[in-house]
Design a protein around this ligand. Structure first.
Ligand SMILES: Cc1cc2nc3c(=O)[nH]c(=O)nc-3n(C[C@H](O)[C@H](O)[C@H](O)COP(=O)(O)OP(=O)(O)OC[C@H]3O[C@@H](n4cnc5c(N)ncnc54)[C@H](O)[C@@H]3O)c2cc1C
Length: 380
């Protein structure tokens, strides 16, 4: 991007090298076997990426949405699954603690999460509450100097591997009375069940967290009781920007793979690159990828400059993953029967990208956010 600083270009280069050496060679294996590339994850800590947005005081890199998105794009080009797990750890858990927790909590939890000694996750969604996240029903009831937590968190990325979970709970009857807790996997009453088998993102572990009479000390509550909705929304915006970076990486991977295949594959006595219908598919996907790159990084820049426009992240998250699903479908089409087989990565690109139209808020929820803002005067 024309406005990337020298440091941002260097970060891009470091991530590209890491992606090609540590993620790419094993991406297909982990997708096929539904296993997690934990070795690569731990090495991300050595590179200083696990606390990309966190304060350097705790070992973080103190960078912004732009840099986090650069990592997502570069990793997303080769292995969207590992990138999703990286996002759940660094953006959903670490960034949330860094931005919202107390000094004591940060000192206690961040250093190990940032080196990779500990793995983190975030629990918002529940079996009965997804799009209606603010309706969540996991209850935290105050008793003396602790809270008793009961409930289940569904679809939690990294659940099976996490030492620390950043968990939203209900502390009052009023809809917005939500409070957050930092929970540790060895707290009595904390368990992980139901490994979820998925069509894509198969190298990213997804599970269900269960809390049964879990006793969390008041010291583990983040912020004041009942004040979590604002934090939740703020972090969701960052999540929507950065997760769109994974889609952007997949789009670029589709372009690169299609260019290569169009040169190698011959039909009617010449490489299929000669056929104008093939050229159109490649030209369209390349132009759309470049357009998305400009939109995404200029939105990241606005976010880093303090924009409070909540519809921007929703617009990014609506158009980019949706467009990349179309690009991935074209990439399969361009490969013909081979594209439909497991021999080429384009079918994985499609399966992985579909998640970005659902996680961090579905396309329909993004439409609701955008429309509600544009039409608010007219809404009854
Ligand atoms: C692989 C994966 C990883 C995930 N990781 C995490 C994680 O780490 N932490 C976490 O907390 N959550 C996580 N999630 C959950 C994710 O955020 C939810 O799946 C998502 O918010 C949608 O919720 P839902 O699945 O319950 O769908 P629902 O909310 O039940 O939606 C069903 C359908 O109804 C539509 N819909 C809902 N409400 C409306 C409305 N008002 N108007 C129009 N249409 C509507 C939706 O768009 C969708 O099409 C993950 C999900 C997946 C699949």
């Amino acid at each position: 991007m024309w406005f990337f600083t020298e440091e941002q270009n260097q970060l891009k280069e470091v991530c590209k090298n890491f992606a090609n050496t540590e993620l790419k060679p094993k991406a297909e294996h982990h997708d096929e076997h539904e296993t997690f590339n934990i070795e690569a994850f731990k090495k991300m800590g050595e590179l200083g990426l696990l606390g990309i947005t966190a304060d350097s005081k705790y070992g973080g890199s103190g960078l912004g949405c732009t840099e986090a998105t650069i990592v997502m794009e570069e990793f997303g080009k080769v292995d969207a699954s590992s990138t999703l797990s990286y996002l759940a750890h660094s953006i959903l858990c670490v960034n949330n603690i860094d931005k919202n927790a107390s000094e004591e909590q940060k000192t206690k939890y961040l250093p190990k999460l940032i080196t990779g000694e500990h793995i983190g996750c975030m629990g918002m969604s529940e079996p009965g509450y997804g799009s209606d996240a603010v309706g969540l029903q996991t209850k935290a009831k105050k008793e003396g100097d602790e809270y008793i937590i009961n409930g289940n968190k569904m679809w939690i990325t990294n659940a099976q591997y996490s030492d620390i979970a950043y968990v939203y709970t209900r502390t009052g009857e009023e809809k917005k009375n939500l409070s957050t807790f930092i929970l540790e996997k060895n707290m009595p009453g904390y368990s992980v069940s139901k490994e979820i088998h998925k069509m894509g993102m198969r190298g990213s572990p997804t599970g269900e967290l269960n809390f049964e009479n879990l006793k969390a000390p008041i010291a583990n509550r983040v912020g004041e009781e009942g004040d979590s909705v604002y934090h939740m929304m703020k972090n969701l915006d960052l999540e929507r920007m950065t997760i769109s970076g994974i889609s952007l990486g997949i789009a670029q991977a589709c372009v690169d793979q299609c260019v290569q295949y169009a040169k190698e594959r011959s039909q009617f006595g010449k490489p299929i690159a000669n056929f104008q219908l093939i050229q159109k598919m490649i030209a369209d996907m390349s132009a759309e990828t470049e357009m998305m790159r400009h939109f995404l990084y200029s939105a990241c820049r606005e976010f880093d400059n303090g924009s409070t426009d909540r519809t921007l992240a929703a617009k990014v998250k609506l158009v980019i993953p949706r467009m990349v699903t179309k690009i991935a479908l074209d990439a399969i089409q361009l490969h013909g029967g081979y594209g439909y087989s497991r021999e080429f990565p384009v079918e994985r690109f499609l399966r992985d990208n579909k998640l970005m139209e659902i996680g961090a808020g579905t396309n329909e929820v993004m439409i609701m956010i955008i429309a509600k803002n544009l039409l608010k005067e007219a809404l009854a």
